[in-house]
Design a protein around this ligand. Sequence first.
Ligand SMILES: [Zn+2]
Length: 154
Amino acid sequence: MKQVRVRHQTVESIPEKLQANILYVTTEGDVAGHLCACGCGREVITPLSPTDWSLTFDRSGPTLSPSIGNWAFPCRSHYFVRGGDVLWARDMSDEAIARGRRRDKARKHRYYGRLNEPLASPKAPTPASSPPLPSTPPSSWQRLLAWWKRMLGR
Ligand SMILES: [Zn+2]
């Protein structure tokens, strides 16, 4: 794999057309964009947040973490950007990706399976006990019903 260096450039917003080997960062610092380091010309947009990517700088250049895994691109590049250097990581095999997806699926299945369980699981909150309804003898219910029927009948 070829040696690639990237430098960062701060921009108002990610430009329509990106240049190779430049890591664009918005002034707000909420998103970064660059062209896939393999040279295939595809744009890689990485949101920057505690749950997405983080971008740090030192004297040698920008560092993006975690790694960039372009599985959706034909090149399937996988690399790290560390101090402006692109460090190529091993390509993930189809088998490894499929295994990851199966794991995801199993996890979702377990999660939703749990949701479908009856609510009487030990962890489910017990419903607040409601005071018993005042019991009414059937005869008065019948009288009430008859009264309603008369009212509605008018
Ligand atoms: Zn590529």
